[in-house]
Design a protein around this ligand. Sequence first.
Ligand SMILES: *Cc1c(COP(=O)(O)O)cnc(C)c1O
Length: 230
Amino acid sequence: MNLETRLQVIEGRILEACERSNRPRQSVMLLAVSKTKLASDILALAKLGQHAFGENYLQEAIEKITHLADSPECPSLTWHFIGPIQSNKTRPIAEYFDWVHSVDRLKIAQRLSDQRPRSKSPLNIFIQVNTSAEASKSGVAPDEALELANNLRNLPNVKLRGFMTIPSTGNQTEQLAKEFEICRQLLRQASKLDSDINMLSMGMSNDLDLAIEHGSTCIRVGTALFGERQ
Ligand SMILES: *Cc1c(COP(=O)(O)O)cnc(C)c1O
């Protein structure tokens, strides 16, 4: 399958999941996860109308972001950082990205806010929640997520938009649904603090349909769009 066909297949899955859950198509953002993929693949997808891209590895991402920003044929893109964040890497993240999905500590959010260039609008952030309670996973524990949300609200140059999760792998539908619902409940609570806290970053190539049925507003799709990663 080529890129255009894959994009159409995903679009069909999004539409069906939206229909099943009585949601408008515009309520779901497709984030194309382009880690390990070439700038030329990103450009090809951008020309098909896909403008939001997610990256995990900072050095690789910055090379692609600057290359495409200099390319006259590339439309303007929005960049989402979705990988684990080391505190000594926050400055380039705050400078190059528009969204960050993987904030799980106040210290990281403070650094992002301090280092966000004043010429840019506040950085949109998600709190990553460890919904599967696996020790190896990053993310804040669900019972600490609302406190973190509340503390983040005082930071001037980041804007909390919602919650993100990477669910456990190889699991049954019921277990995945349970993990998605943890984030959905957190959003119900946090949205009372601020109506701009209204997003859920959940769902990847294999489970985007289920995630949409459980309220996802941003699906992060790599393999199903670009093919297997090397
Ligand atoms: C790689 C990655 C994805 C994309 O996963 P696919 O299964 O390839 O769609 C989504 N979210 C995060 C955080 C990732 O690291």
